[in-house]
Design a protein around this ligand. Structure first.
Ligand code: UDP
Length: 239
């Protein structure tokens, strides 16, 4: 692996589920620590890191609304869940000596700074890890879309989508032995084949703005650094 970063500024989308480990809910401190360590290594390479964390390990709006809850209320709860994850990640990173700021799309100034694009860019320039919390701040959206949106707003060169599998497959690799991994896909292929990369709104946003996405396995230690250094891991979704 090269130890020179290929990108100056990245946005990483981490699903809430990535933090729950084997316990199946909430935040596993050990997993949180391992991810924070990987992120710290990327920061030490001199890369500016923006992070968008989901909330699915705590609460999902769609699931709750399927059981009768008002969708908007449920989505606000989902967004609050992302704030909990963001604060947990901030704590884990700062224990490693990494300077961070949580910027929330829903104002809660005792906990996080409000999201202001110029402020986010300034923090990144100063080498602080910016953790975007509360998604887009709007119900009916996802943190995938928030990641695409924020990546474009702060001019990230790439959107890294960390998952549990090592890329995008033509069918579920957990169920089918003959599943084939794609090395590269176009945005249209992802949309037309309904491949599980990110939701369609997020993919469309990236497509309209030519933002490349790398889908890769974050559970293998060192992988975030490898992707940032340009190792051809996972699947690239690009024009
Ligand atoms: N959410 C929302 N608007 C946003 C982002 C998230 O309403 O802009 C809510 C939605 O209810 C979602 C929950 O927050 O189910 C958690 O986010 P997501 O499902 O994207 O988390 P992940 O799957 O990445 O853990």
């Amino acid at each position: 692996m090269s130890d020179t970063a290929k990108f100056k500024r990245i946005t990483l989308k981490l699903s809430g589920e990535a933090l729950q480990g084997k316990q199946g809910f909430g935040i596993d401190p050990e997993v949180l620590g391992t991810i924070a360590q990987q992120l710290a290594e990327v920061v030490y390479l001199g890369v500016e890191v923006a992070l968008v964390i989901g909330g699915g390990n705590i609460f999902r709006g769609l699931k709750a609304s399927a059981k009768g809850m008002d969708r908007t209320s449920a989505d606000y709860m989902g967004m609050l869940a992302t704030v909990m994850n963001a604060v947990a990640m901030q704590d884990a990173l700062e224990r490693l000596g990494v300077v961070t700021r949580v910027l929330s799309a829903i104002e809660m100034k005792e906990i996080a700074e409000p999201y202001i694009r110029r402020r986010a860019s300034r923090h990144l320039e100063k080498g602080r890890v910016v953790i975007f919390a509360a998604g887009t701040g709007n119900p009916y959206f996802t943190t995938d879309t928030a990641a695409a949106l924020r990546a474009m707003e702060v001019n990230s060169e790439v959107l890294l989508k960390a998952t549990k599998v090592d890329g995008v497959y033509d069918k579920d690799p957990m169920k089918f032995d003959d599943a084939v991994r794609f090395e590269r896909l176009s945005y249209l292929e992802v949309l037309s084949r309904s491949l599980h990369v990110m939701d369609a709104t997020a993919i469309s946003l990236c497509r309209e703005n030519d933002l490349p996405i790398v889908v890769f396995d974050m559970l293998s230690p060192g992988n975030i650094c490898r992707v940032v250094c340009g190792d051809p891991l996972g699947t690239l979704v690009a024009p």
